[in-house]
Design a protein around this ligand. Structure first.
Ligand code: FAD
Length: 468
């Protein structure tokens, strides 16, 4: 029987990073993955493929709508070859997942392909595709089994026309009318992909705003921009049935007055969130408790109810984000090595990769109001930047919330071109507990989108932005 210091179950960004860090720290490490490719949701059917399609569709939209104003003329029609676009996405995924294989080899981590399940607290069975089972002895185990798309109890996802994000990443045709249930990150990103490729897109959202967890100003601005791009929104709508009739999908919902509304499309993307995944893990045999929402219960050290078993990423509480899973993977490896690592969950940024991009870190204005903290707001519009005007990406703003008495930055919320990358400046500043004035006195290269961060900091410090 193979014996390990650590067995990691699941090879997503949580699991594979945990395995690498364990190996770096000198532990004999194995990783168990049920699929043939490593990398989990993020690399196979999440972050990477969705960004590949967002980029391709963005290029297409630019070619159709914006090249001409840049003085670029393309003779003849510009067409989408969806098969090729999806093929390119798959090539990116294949290359990226092979990269994880390389990293496992480099770090001498044993990869066991098969479904991992607990025999007891120190043994993991791996059920292989040929039907045989191998048992691994593990001093410690890290559960990193991730999540799966959630649905609503009355929806039958047929994976053809009533689909989740997984199928939306490999459609064979461009929908004529895609109904997106759920105005969260995944629905809006994939909705925008197909909108750009020519589909009509209708978003039906239960809450009274899109991207509900984010600062209200971002929800409002993103909806305004997406409406300009002709995405249709139906907020405060409670979906009550989704039915397939031939090639049509009929979605019925109650609006906020309780009146029934019907939407007819040819595809329906169900993007109502994700559920933690522990199916087949046999967690109970190891004494690992799972809560009523299916999440593995952990303490502040990410330790489960079995003292030698830890859990990280989407399968535990907190934001379902790849970089959160990675930080947790590193943290558990370092705890096992006797170190005392720490994660500041307040500083895990959230990003929506629509265009304009939306990004945020720290407290929202709503959260500050609710907790009674006195704060100042500094906001600066992208359109006032020379860089934004040069590339005609003028939508959006940067908003900085700072403590009214100490000037410490409490939250940064931004929407605009390249915000997914810009947010790192805010994370760095907040990690070092910078004040808005600290940020405002740093030189920002000109012309860049980052100047909006400096200007918003000037506005937050003393209401003295320079360029508005
Ligand atoms: P996962 O990545 O879900 O990996 C879990 C792995 O465990 C899987 O490979 C699974 O097969 C394996 N597994 C499960 N059970 C077993 C078992 N019993 N035995 C063996 N193996 C098992 N996040 C971001 O931060 N940025 C983004 O841009 C982003 N975009 C996304 C876009 C889409 C369309 C989706 C769906 C998600 C996106 N996410 C994004 C979320 C991100 O993918 C997840 O937060 C991240 O993958 C979680 O990592 P994880 O390691 O916890 O689990």
């Amino acid at each position: 029987m193979s014996q390990y210091d650590v067995v990691v179950i699941g090879s997503g960004p949580g699991g594979y990073v945990a395995a690498i860090r364990c190996a770096q720290l000198g532990m004999k490490t194995a990783i168990v993955e049920k699929y043939a490719t490593l990398g989990g949701t993020c690399l196979n059917v999440g972050c990477i493929p969705s960004k590949a399609l967002l980029d391709s569709s963005h290029h297409y939209e630019d070619a159709v709508k914006h090249f001409e104003e840049h003085g670029i003329e393309i003779p003849g029609d510009i067409k989408v070859n969806l098969e090729k676009m999806i093929g390119r996405k798959q090539a990116v995924v294949d290359q990226t997942t092979k990269g994880i294989e390389f990293l496992m080899n480099k770090n001498k981590i044993d990869v066991h392909q098969g479904i991992g399940s607990f025999k007891d607290a120190t043994h993991v069975n791996v059920l292989k595709t040929d039907g045989t089972t191998e048992t691994l002895e593990a001093k410690n185990t890290i559960i990193a089994t991730g999540s799966k798309p959630a649905s609503l109890p009355f929806i039958k996802v047929d994976k053809e026309r009533i689909i989740t994000s997984t199928e939306a990443l490999k459609l064979k045709e461009i929908p004529k009318h895609m109904i997106v249930i759920g105005g969260g990150v995944i629905g809006l990103e994939l909705g925008q992909v197909y909108k750009r490729l020519g589909a009509d897109v209708t978003v039906v959202e239960y809450m009274d705003r899109i991207v509900p967890g984010m600062d209200g100003a971002l929800s409002k601005e993103l909806m305004k921009v997406l409406k300009k791009q002709k995405v249709k929104f139906n907020l405060s709508h409670k979906v009550k049935s989704v039915e397939r009739k031939g090639d049509q999908v009929i979605v019925k919902a109650d609006d906020k007055k309780g009146q029934e509304v019907e939407f007819v499309g040819d595809y329906c993307l169900v993007s109502v969130g994700r559920r933690p995944y522990t199916d087949g893990l046999n967690a109970g045999a190891a004494g690992v408790n799972v809560d009523e929402r299916g999440r593995v219960e952990v303490n502040s050290h990410l330790q489960t109810s079995a003292s030698n078993i830890y859990a990280i990423g989407d399968v535990v509480k907190g934001a379902m984000l790849a970089h959160k899973a990675e930080e947790e993977g590193t943290m558990v490896a370092e705890i096992l090595a006797g170190q005392k690592p720490h994660i500041d969950y307040n500083l895990i940024p959230g990003v929506v990769y629509t265009w304009p991009e939306v990004a945020a870190v720290g407290k929202t204005e709503e959260e500050l109001k609710e907790s009674g903290v006195a704060y100042k707001v500094g906001q600066f519009p992208m359109r006032a930047l020379g860089r934004a005007r040069a590339s005609m990406d003028i939508d959006g703003f940067v908003k900085i919330l700072a403590d009214a008495s100490t000037d410490e930055i409490l939250g940064v919320h931004m929407i605009g071109a390249r915000c997914a990358d810009l947010i790192t400046e805010a994370v760095t500043a907040m990690e070092f507990r910078a004040s808005a004035e600290d940020l405002s006195r740093m030189s920002h290269a000109h012309p860049t989108y980052a100047e909006a961060v400096k200007e918003a900091a000037l506005a937050a410090t003393d209401n003295r932005p320079l360029h508005i």
